[in-house]
Design a binder for this molecule. Structure first.
Ligand SMILES: [Zn+2]
Length: 71
């Protein structure tokens, strides 16, 4: 399968507004993310599977390739 999956996502912290580019894991969803600036622990919003779907500019890899995500 030749799918172009973007693995870099820029997370925007809802608390302090800082942005950080992170590499997403391809085989699992990342449920927690700690802001590198204010050290707030981010969790997915209701209905989202991971922090990248909630706070990143790119959805997580399973969503990009139309697989249902881990729920
Ligand atoms: Zn922050």
């Amino acid at each position: 399968m030749e799918n172009t999956v973007i693995l870099q996502s820029t997370i925007t912290c809802p608390n302090c507004g800082s942005q950080k580019e992170e590499t997403m894991p391809t085989d699992a969803c990342q449920f927690f993310y700690k802001c590198t600036k204010c050290e707030t622990i981010l969790k997915p919003k209701p209905g989202d599977c991971c922090v990248f779907c909630s706070y990143g500019n790119v959805a997580c890899p399973p969503i990009q390739i139309n697989k249902s995500c881990c729920k």
